[in-house]
Design a protein around this ligand. Structure first.
Ligand SMILES: NC(=O)c1ccc[n+]([C@@H]2O[C@H](COP(=O)([O-])OP(=O)(O)OC[C@H]3O[C@@H](n4cnc5c(N)ncnc54)[C@H](OP(=O)(O)O)[C@@H]3O)[C@@H](O)[C@H]2O)c1
Length: 327
C-alpha cells in the first residue's frame, strides 16, 4: 500500500510517499481502508515541532521522539471503511464507515490497523469521509476544554481567541450550543465566517485588543499559538472565570498549578489524549447528525498533495481545516 513515511523532523518535504506492506490487524484491531485524513497541529508537531509552545521543546521531544519522530506514519485522524476485524472485535464489522483519532497515528496511508477501543466510531449517515476527517481533532479539543474543564453553560459569556481556525471554529459552535454568549476573535477577512459559525459578537484583533475592551468573561478560550498569555487576559475574567490555555506553554502550566488552590480565577492547560474520548466523539456525532455542528473544509487536497497541504496549513491562512482524499 501507499503511505507517507516521516523519518526525520523537518519541513513538509520530509514526508515521503512510499510503498510498504499493508498492516495486519491484531485480535483487538480493525483494519480500515482510509478514505480521508487531515493536517492538524498534532501532525505538524510530529513532523516538524511546528506549534510547540515556548519552553516546551524538551518535553515535546521526550514525548514525540528525541532525534526523529517515534511514529513513522503520521495522520492523527482518519475516516474510512472497515475491511477486516480482529477475532475479539465486537463493535465494528466490515463495511462500517468509521472516523476517529488516536495517538498511534497512521492515517497517512491507504490502510490503517487501529484498536477497537479508543476514539473510533461510526460516521453519521449524511457526513462524507472528508467532512468526518476534519471533525475529531478540533471539536474534541474544544469540547474537552469548554465542557470538561470549564463546564460552560447557558447564560455565560465566552471569548474565543482564534475563532476561525481548526479548533476555534468548533469552540464557537459548541459554546453557542451550550447556550453561552460568544465573542469570537479573528482577523478582518474571517469576521463574517465567525458570525456564520454563530458568534454573537466578533472582534477584529487587527483593530481592537480583545484584552482591553473592558468586558468580563466567564471563560476565555485561547488557541492563538505564540500569543497565549494568562497575564494579558487575567483582567478580562470574572472573579471565578476560567482561562483555557489551549495553545499554552510552560508559563500557563505554572499558572495552572498556581491557580488550582482555593477560589478565584483559574488557568486550565492540557488536552491532547485526555480529549480523545469515545463518549465525546459520539456526542459530536449526534450534533453532526442533527446539523447542529458543521465541519468546515477550507481546501480539499489529493493524497499526492500532502506536502502542499502541510505547507498550506502552516501558512496560517485557513478557515476551519483542510481535508485530504485518499483514493
Ligand atoms: N491543548 C490541546 O490539546 C490542543 C489541541 C489542538 C490544538 N492545540 C494548539 O492550538 C493551536 C492552534 O490550533 P488551530 O489548528 O486552531 O490553529 P489555526 O487553525 O491556525 O487557527 C489560528 C486562529 O488564530 C487566529 N489568530 C491569529 N493571530 C491572532 C491574534 N494575534 N489574535 C487573535 N487571533 C489570532 C486566526 O485568525 P485569522 O486566520 O483570521 O488571523 C485563527 O482563527 C496550536 O498551537 C496547537 O498546538 C492544542
Amino acid at each position: 500500500m501507499k503511505a507517507y513515511i516521516c523519518e526525520k523532523y523537518g519541513p513538509p518535504e520530509v514526508l515521503q510517499l512510499n510503498e510498504i506492506n499493508k498492516p495486519v490487524p491484531g485480535e483487538n484491531d480493525v483494519l480500515i481502508k482510509v478514505h480521508a485524513t487531515t493536517v492538524n497541529a498534532a501532525d505538524c508537531n510530529t513532523r516538524g515541532l511546528t506549534y510547540i509552545p515556548t519552553g516546551m521543546n524538551t518535553l515535546a521531544k521526550l514525548m514525540l521522539g528525541w532525534s526523529k519522530p517515534k511514529v513513522s506514519i503520521l495522520g492523527s485522524v482518519l475516516a474510512g471503511e472497515v475491511v477486516e476485524v480482529g477475532s475479539k472485535v465486537g463493535s465494528f464489522k466490515p463495511g462500517d464507515r468509521v472516523y476517529g483519532t488516536g495517538p498511534k497515528m497512521g492515517g497517512y496511508a491507504e490502510y490503517a490497523a487501529w484498536p477497537e477501543e479508543g476514539a473510533l466510531t461510526k460516521i453519521p449517515d449524511k457526513i462524507s469521509f472528508e467532512q468526518a476527517a476534519v471533525v475529531p481533532y478540533g471539536a474534541l479539543t474544544a469540547l474537552y476544554f469548554l465542557s470538561e474543564l470549564a463546564n460552560v453553560k447557558s447564560g455565560q459569556s465566552i471569548l474565543i481567541n482564534g475563532a476561525s481556525g481548526g479548533v476555534g471554529s468548533y469552540a464557537v459552535q459548541l459554546a453557542c450550543h451550550f447556550g453561552a454568549e460568544v465573542t469570537g476573535v479573528c482577523s478582518t477577512k474571517n469576521l463574517e465566517f465567525v458570525r456564520e459559525l454563530g458568534a454573537h459578537h466578533v472582534i477584529d484583533y487587527k483593530d481592537q485588543d480583545p484584552a482591553e475592551n473592558g468586558n468580563l468573561y466567564d471563560a476565555i478560550f485561547d488557541v492563538v499559538v505564540g500569543k497565549t498569555s494568562y497575564k494579558r487576559f487575567k483582567k478580562s475574567l470574572k472573579p471565578e472565570g476560567y482561562y483555557l490555555a489551549v495553545a499554552g506553554g510552560l508559563k500557563e502550566m505554572v499558572s495552572m498549578i498556581g491557580t488550582s488552590f482555593g477560589k478565584g480565577k483559574k488557568v486550565k492547560f492540557g488536552g491532547g489524549s485526555s480529549s480523545e474520548k469515545l463518549e465525546y466523539l459520539e456526542f459530536l456525532g449526534t450534533l453532526l447528525e442533527k446539523g447542529e455542528l458543521k465541519p468546515y473544509i477550507d481546501r480539499q487536497f489529493s493524497f499526492e498533495e500532502m506536502v502542499e497541504a502541510h505547507r498550506y496549513t502552516e501558512s496560517g491562512s485557513r478557515r476551519g481545516s483542510v481535508a485530504i482524499t485518499i483514493p
